[in-house]
Ligand binder design. Structure first.
Ligand SMILES: O=C(O)C1=C[C@@H](OP(=O)(O)O)[C@@H](O)[C@H](O)C1
Ligand SMILES: C=C(OP(=O)(O)O)C(=O)O
Length: 442
């Protein structure tokens, strides 16, 4: 454990740049590892989750290297060319690595064992075991469909048409990635749209993929299998899910005026910024442009008086990882914020509804937990009391650790986070950027 106390550090000012998008970074490595030739990636997130993906793709035959200038070079094996890994694939804390790689392995004639840390070993894998069993892969898993899990892939695999029972980009992506090495057309029917990086990037790498949108918004995604992927040169935009912590910190710490550069604003990801604006947050988009086929802007965020709102459950998939930090904003807002439709938060790195309720209460916020969300009565801009002497429990969850760190910045007594190590899974430079933005760097 590496505990740290976060207390008021003064306003956040100047300009910062957050690391590359985690979802796009995972996919850059995976698709590069399946292309024939050299894919180059700049701005890759060098967080533990993405490094777990890279290690696994190496173990299955790809060559993946970082040059001195920070560019990553991936030499792929070609679709169908993944090799049998010689040891268990350690996925660490990363759900995305596990579920997407299960999809890849499922349509190759290889067997792989997936292991992970205590948090990942509690997370449900049945949601990918189900469709991947339909294509013909077989599984032995710990009770409840959890890790450790051994997957025996199949060749030839059966092309399926699969309707997603949960709104999950990971499940969608697992099925599509399995479809890459499956003859025929693999179809995913997505009643509620989720992040579309897999679709964009599969097309970018030259796969044949069509998306039809029905009148009610259902998306029908068809991928033609036995694809030949062509190597790409990828520039990864900054991660909106990382920018979120600094955006909320700048809104709630009086006197802040911060520019966060190069933030990816794909509409399937960026709903937090819209919700914060609806609450009265001053978030301006500067220099809107395109980076690697994704919309990007610099965000200028100024301290603001926030007002509680009812968050429309329809936006949940477009900000699914941002609720912990939204709860912190709500705890400092004037009036009540109501969130619903968050049941998926209970199966992330921790049960993010229950864990944030406990942590925010400990810091002095007024919070009520419901089955599928939190109701928060904010302080109206007054700092929180702080967590006194007890540290808040983060349960190996990076987003809880960073959210409660930000809560500490807007508290009288500070907030001690019990373990800051998990922050390195998605945002290894979080603490150093915080020091930069608050002018407290050594
Ligand atoms: O596809 C992805 O890259 C991700 C999808 C989301 O998970 P679910 O698909 O399980 O909602 C998200 O929480 C995760 O951080 C990254
Ligand atoms: C849920 C997350 O990631 P993963 O599912 O990849 O562990 C996250 O980063 O908040």
């Amino acid at each position: 454990m590496r505990p740290r106390r976060f207390a008021a550090l003064g306003p956040l000012t100047g300009r910062i740049r957050v690391p590359g998008d985690k979802s796009i970074s995972h996919r850059s490595i995976m698709l590069g590892a399946l292309a024939v030739g050299e894919t180059t990636v700049t701005g890759l997130l060098e967080g533990e989750d993405v490094l777990s993906t890279a290690a696994a793709m190496r173990a299955m035959g790809a060559t993946i290297e970082r040059d001195a200038g920070g560019t990553w070079r991936v030499h792929g094996v070609g679709v169908g060319g993944l090799l049998q890994p010689q040891a268990a694939l350690d996925m660490g804390n990363s759900g995305t690595s596990t579920r997407l790689l299960m999809g890849l392995v499922a349509s190759h004639p290889i067997t792989a064992t997936f292991i992970g840390d205590a948090s990942l070993s509690k997370r449900p894998m049945g949601r990918v075991i189900d469709p991947l069993s339909q294509i013909g892969a077989s599984f032995t898993a710990a009770p409840g469909g959890r890790l450790p899990l051994t997957l025996q892939g199949v060749q030839p695999a059966i092309p399926i048409s699969y309707r997603l029972p949960v709104a999950s980009a990971q499940v969608k992506s697992a099925v599509l990635l399995a479809g890459l090495n499956t003859a025929g057309i693999t179809t995913v029917i997505e009643p509620v749209p989720t992040r579309d990086h897999s679709e964009r990037m599969l097309r970018g790498f030259g796969a044949h993929l069509d998306v039809d949108v029905e009148a009610d918004g259902t998306r029908i995604i068809r991928l033609t299998g036995e694809a030949e992927l062509k190597p790409q040169s990828i520039e990864v935009p900054g991660d909106p899910s990382s920018a979120a912590f600094f955006a909320v910190a700048a809104l709630i710490v009086p006197g802040s005026d911060l520019v966060i550069e190069n933030v990816g604003l794909n509409p399937t990801r960026a709903a937090l910024f819209d919700v914060l604006r609806l609450m009265g947050g001053s978030i301006e988009e500067l220099n809107r442009r395109d980076v690697g086929g994704e919309p990007v802007a610099d965000l200028r965020v100024r301290a603001s008086v926030l007002t509680g709102i009812e968050v429309d459950p329809a936006v949940v998939p477009s900000m699914v990882d941002e609720f912990p930090i939204l709860f912190v904003a709500a705890a400092l807002a004037q009036g009540r914020t109501v969130t619903r439709g968050l049941e998926e938060l209970r199966v992330k790195e921790s049960d993010r509804i229950a864990v944030m309720r406990a942590a925010l209460e400990q810091a002095g916020a007024r919070v009520t937990e419901t089955e599928d969300g939190l109701i928060i009565d904010g302080t109206g801009g007054e700092p929180l009391r702080g967590a006194n002497n007890a540290s808040v429990a983060t349960h190996l969850d990076h987003r809880i650790a960073m959210s409660m760190a930000v809560a500490g910045l807007a508290s009288h007594g500070g907030v001690e986070v019990d373990d800051t190590r998990p922050i390195a899974t998605s945002f290894p430079v979080f603490e150093s950027l915080l020091a930069t933005a608050t002018g407290t760097a050594a």
